[in-house]
Ligand binder design. Structure first.
Ligand SMILES: *Cc1c(COP(=O)(O)O)cnc(C)c1O
Length: 353
């Protein structure tokens, strides 16, 4: 039976990417495994360089002063590194969910943080708008897609200070003017590859402006000067991410995948809206196209619904423990057919009830 993987992360990857990654674990370079060769070998250095170049190419940031890094430590380490490398006096953060809040908490270790706006009081079910970003701050930080609550920023503010964005769960999913941002980071395991590496895109000219000493491993400049190989990089996640970026390029890039993502989100949300048994969690205008969050109107149907999901091969639909209900994560590699399978179960439940 086909399993439809709606997991929020680690997430679904294209079958051909998993196949090629598996082959490379057995034989990557003349009979040697990807995970046993030197990361300084030409074969691997080429992988790292292709992964970095493809990232910039797909985001439309080639030749614009940006560098791409594949670091370890997850998006969570970027909460720390961003503040350590940029925060001198004060920074502004938009609080739109658990991950934003964690980013704020970590930055507060270094200095004062000003929350420009927050949707916490409403259970993070919307994206605040119309807030002011003080122009004398070091930077502004936002989270493009709130994986847990299912909200997504549709229009980014015009920002006069450096703008930093955690794009972990929607990078490479939709066309944005990425050159609006000075730092973009994304844990690979949401929409790019396996867990273990984080893509960090840095505009080089914003670095070197803080007075503190920065340990080498936490210093973007060090990682840039060593070609993202300051120390041994996470070779398998970088290779697999590179394969996935090749897959995306072959498909036609972000513009092409965005069309598919739009179709999936449209189908999903129209079922949530039309089916009286389900309620969407996020306010309509801020709904995420990556993670659709919804609850059952009548909890008595929970067992029946979950048995039907299981029988249809639908996996990973449980909502985050802080929201409850259900969350359909529709990352790039999820097919429209999988969303159709889920929507079918939802409408069958309606007929039964
Ligand atoms: C999952 C997630 C994180 C945390 O990522 P780790 O790689 O586990 O540290 C941060 N931000 C967002 C938006 C996420 O979805």
């Amino acid at each position: 039976m086909k399993i439809h993987n709606f997991s929020a992360g680690p997430c679904i990857l294209p079958q051909e990417v998993i196949q090629k990654a598996a082959e490379a674990v057995i034989d990557f370079d003349n009979g040697l495994s990807l995970i046993e060769i030197s990361h300084r070998s030409k074969a691997f250095v080429d992988v790292m360089e292709e992964a970095r170049a493809l990232s910039l190419e797909l985001l439309g940031l080639e030749g614009k002063g940006y560098k791409a890094l594949f670091l370890a430590g997850g998006a969570s380490l970027q909460f720390v590194m961003v503040a350590m490398n940029l925060l001198e006096k004060r920074a502004g953060y938009l609080n739109t969910g658990t991950w934003s809040k964690n980013a704020i908490k970590e930055a507060k270790i270094f200095d004062d943080i000003y929350e420009v706006a927050s949707s916490e009081a409403a259970g993070y079910n919307y994206i605040p708008k119309g807030y002011d970003i003080p122009t004398d701050y070091d930077y502004f930080h936002c989270t493009s897609n709130n994986t847990i609550f299912g909200t997504q920023i549709k229009s980014f503010p015009n920002c006069e200070i450096p703008m930093v964005c955690d794009m972990s769960s929607d990078i490479f999913s939709r066309v944005i003017d990425f050159s609006k941002f000075d730092i973009i980071y994304a844990g690979a395991q949401k929409n790019m590859g396996p867990a273990g590496t984080t893509l960090v895109i840095v505009k080089e000219d914003i670095l070197g402006k803080v007075s503190r000493k920065i340990p080498a491993m936490l210093d973007y400049k060090q990682h840039i000067s060593k070609g993202s190989m300051y120390n041994t990089p996470p070779v398998f996640p970088v290779y697999t991410s590179m394969l996935n970026l090749r897959w995306l390029k072959k498909l036609g890039g972000i513009a092409a995948i965005e069309k598919e993502n739009d179709k999936k989100a449209q189908l999903m949300y129209s079922e949530i809206d039309l089916n009286p048994l389900f309620n969407g969690y996020a306010v309509k205008e801020d709904r995420s196209k990556m993670n659709a969050t919804f609850t059952l109107e009548n909890e008595n149907l929970k067992e029946t619904f979950e048995t039907m999901l299981k029988e249809a091969g639908i996996n990973g639909l449980n909502g985050h423990r802080s929201v409850g209900g259900y969350r359909a994560s529709m990352y790039n590699a999820l097919s429209l057919d999988s969303v159709k399978a889920l929507v079918e179960v939802m409408s069958e439940l309606e007929q039964k009830a």
